[in-house]
Design a protein around this ligand. Structure first.
Ligand SMILES: Nc1ncnc2c1ncn2[C@@H]1O[C@H](COP(=O)(O)OP(=O)(O)OP(=O)(O)O)[C@@H](O)[C@H]1O
Length: 644
């Protein structure tokens, strides 16, 4: 049983369904310790035969067996493993990976062995030392000579300690001096128990080996042993290998990105614009919403709501809110307390022959914020807090001096038989409040005013104080759920009034506007995605040869796919990180201006938005990578290697 045996190998190529027979029944057997040169006319099928032996081409008929075991039924993964474990390729044009250093070129093969990382590096260094390149190991392929490149290729071919070294025209691109050095190295390899098969046109190379096989017209026409086969000293002990794996693929992706740094920075910059716009829109929307809420909440207590009767009637009796209504709300979950109140329109205040009409006035209640009191005290029984503009009307120079003065309050009312009656009461000014609020008296003061004027008093709202802002909506909904039947129609018994009740709706509209804006900004994400697709497609084309090399070294299709997907992942990740940096910078810029102008930070990018931005960016990049990475993985290794 020979080490490597070829039996009746036939191979045809088909061009436009026309068959071209290239190998027409090859029978050969090889042993370890041989240095075989395959000679023959150009186009005679030598490379085709090497591709079959090297496990790059499985589309042939006949039998190739290694140590008596046929390779015929190998599946894709077994072929990958065969190329990793058994074969070391040396190509005429070196086929080094340009974006990896000399050391890393050798490491690609070693990373597929099960050695520890430390041992892998030690072996790579010792192999480079053996080929005389240790001091050049941190250079890149474009920084060394042709002869040196071929020596790197030899070190790489030997990395996983394969039993067969296939060298296709290894000295074709070298001068006489380098040719001698490479031949000496190949000699050493054969002496080291391995089988070296070279394809060559050079008689000098052929004469150097132990055996010459000549091909003619797709068949072997001469097979002569010119030297003794080197003695084989032990059984082959190949290094156990594994697939390239996640870490090595990711590392290689990063190395490629670093090699093309300028271009990748531009792509990352392009990709970041979309995410940045979305982040800024969301942050701005959030900030503006916060600002509007802040403005409203600075005047209205967010945990208090005002409830009135749901009626269009002008009759005070129809709008009456009773203590029983207040008690009903007071019993709802999360309600702290609930109180009757009175809201009046068309009131006026008289002082010192000057009259000031008041568009609206309400009894003091929990929806009012204490900060609306600008000077003096909150009103007690028999007192009133008047607005700043009213105070100015009465005392232009010193409005604050109105505090302590007595004014007359006029309130329009209606007698029991429907006659209008203006009620009045003298009250002491206790303080001055913001114009946003209107004059304020206590509920009891208002009640007394009605009583003194003999008009029945109908409280017309209830304020409900809720324990927490987050429970307001639920309480509002419960109050809205109380129904009453009027003329056979069921309708809501109460309505919620005051600014607080519209905050929710206002926020819904703001959110809507923000999402629309972010959506428009999102269009640039689509542009980023298309850009990444284009870039990756270009990259696949550019790197076709590299893909062929990796496949020849035994890298699996899946790992080739991971390589491109990793690059896309990093483009997306770095793009979004850059976008976050830009986002925070612009946020800082806008907020410094807005804090000066309106004492509020208008942009509020949240951690949630940042996470969303990063996730979206990465997902888009990964989706964009699907098609290009699939294309890369599907490339035929032989075609990829011969790609110009
Ligand atoms: N993919 C292919 N499709 C069609 N024909 C092919 C293909 N690859 C090779 N051939 C043809 O098969 C024949 C053998 O090619 P091969 O490369 O094996 O020859 P070779 O002996 O290595 O030649 P050379 O010494 O010039 O490198 C040639 O005629 C070539 O044109």
């Amino acid at each position: 049983m020979s080490f490597l045996e070829l039996k009746d190998i036939h191979k045809s190529y088909y061009v436009n369904k026309e068959e071209f027979k290239v190998l027409k029944g090859i029978n050969l057997s090889f042993e370890r310790g041989e240095f075989v040169s395959i000679l023959g006319e150009s186009g005679g099928g030598k490379t085709t035969l090497m591709n079959i032996i090297g496990g790059l081409d499985a589309r042939y008929t006949g039998e190739v067996s290694l140590n008596g075991k046929s390779l015929h039924d190998n599946n894709e993964k077994q072929w990958d493993a065969y190329r990793r474990d058994t074969i070391g390729f040396i190509f005429q044009n070196f086929h080094l990976i340009s974006h990896l250093s000399i050391l890393d070129n050798v490491m690609v093969s070693l990373e597929m062995t099960k050695m520890s990382r430390k041992d892998q590096i030690a072996r790579a260094e010792s192999l480079l030392e053996k080929v005389g390149l240790k001091e050049h190991m941190h250079k890149y392929p474009n920084q060394i000579s042709g002869g040196q490149k071929q020596r790197v290729a030899i070190a790489r071919a030997l990395a996983s300690d394969p039993q067969i070294i296939i060298a296709d025209e290894p000295t074709g691109a070298l001068d006489a001096q380098n040719t001698q050095e490479i031949l000496a190295l190949l000699d050493e390899i054969a002496k080291d128990d391995k089988l070296v098969i070279t394809v060559t046109h050079s008689q000098e190379v052929a004469d150097h080996g132990t055996r010459i096989v000549h091909m003619e017209n797709g068949q072997i026409d001469r097979d002569e042993r010119i030297k003794e086969t080197f003695p084989v000293t032990d059984n082959p002990t190949a290094l156990p290998t594994k697939r390239l794996g996640f870490t090595a693929t990711v590392k290689m992706a990063l190395q490629h990105m670093r090699y093309n740094l300028g271009r990748n920075i531009l792509i990352i910059f392009g990709a970041s614009i979309g995410i940045f716009s979305v982040l800024l829109m969301l942050g701005l929307g959030n900030g503006v919403k916060g600002y509007i809420n802040h403005e409203i909440y600075s005047q209205v207590n967010p945990t208090s709501i005002m409830v009135a009767k749901n009626t269009n009637s002008q009759k005070p009796a129809d709008s009456e809110m009773k203590q029983s209504d207040a008690d009903r709300f007071g019993k709802l979950a999360d309600v702290d307390h609930s109180k009757l109140g009175y809201f009046a329109q068309g009131t006026s205040i008289h002082y010192n022959k000057t009259n000031a009409t008041q568009p609206m006035m309400q009894t003091k209640n929990s929806t009012m914020r204490s900060n609306l009191l600008k000077k003096g005290e909150q009103p007690k029984q028999g007192e009133i807090a008047i607005t700043k503009s009213t105070a100015k009307k009465f005392n232009k120079q010193h409005p604050n001096q109105m505090i302590g003065k007595t004014i007359t309050l006029y309130v329009p009312g209606m007698t029991a038989n429907g006659q209008p009656k203006t009620m009045k009461k003298e009250l002491k000014v206790s303080g001055i409040v913001s114009d946003n609020m209107g004059p304020t008296v206590t509920f009891n003061t208002m009640k007394t005013l009605y009583k003194e004027n003999n008009v029945k008093f109908y409280p017309n709202f209830v304020t409900v104080k809720i324990n927490e802002v987050s429970n307001v909506k639920a309480v509002q909904n419960k109050i809205k759920d109380y129904k009453i039947t009027v003329k056979n129609k069921e309708k809501q018994q109460y309505m919620i009034t005051g600014v607080g009740s519209i905050i929710d709706e206002l926020n819904t509209y703001i959110n809507l506007a923000v999402y629309v804006l972010a959506g428009i900004a999102g269009i640039s994400l689509l542009v980023s995605a298309i850009m990444i697709i284009v870039v990756l497609y270009i990259s696949v084309t550019e790197r076709t040869k590299e893909i062929g090399i990796l496949r020849a070294l035994g890298v699996r299709k899946g790992d080739i796919r991971s390589l491109f997907i990793s690059e896309a992942f990093f483009l997306g990740l770095f793009g979004s990180l850059l976008a976050v940096i830009f986002g925070y910078l612009v946020q800082w810029g806008i907020n410094s201006i807005s804090t000066n102008a309106i004492s509020y930070s208008l942009v509020a990018i949240t951690g949630g938005y940042v996470t969303f931005g990063i996730v979206i960016s990465v997902v888009i990049s990964l989706l964009a990578a699907l098609a290009p990475s699939r294309r890369a993985a599907k490339l035929d290794p032989i075609e990829a290697l011969s790609h110009e």
